[in-house]
Design a binder for this molecule. Sequence first.
Ligand code: ZN
Length: 128
Amino acid sequence: MHEVGLASQIVGMAVREAERRNAFEVVTVTVTVGRLLQIERDSLQFGLDVLKGEHPCTEKTRFVLVDEPVQVHCSWCEATTIVDAWRFVCGACGSGAVAVTRGDDLIVSEMEVRGNENIAGTAGHGSE
Ligand SMILES: [Zn+2]
């Protein structure tokens, strides 16, 4: 079951990002999960909830899994449409000449942390 491996990668990413931002706590992590990856969301969520306890900064983190639909681009009519995960035809003209443009990503799309950076951020307009 690769969900546990993925969960550990995601938690690892959150921990590294927290360190990079000098944060002491990760509040929420939004993970975009493409449908094509065939990830069992319950297993992934479970893995995240187990593994987050291993790091002080992710102990209370809320992991939000967002479903990414499969999107294809048609080289025949140039339309970009959302399709069923396993039906790779253009939603506009029905052509099979399509390329997947979305739906195979596993990315941390958003992350909210609590820490020094946020405190510094309220102090005024710092340069980037
Ligand atoms: Zn088309």
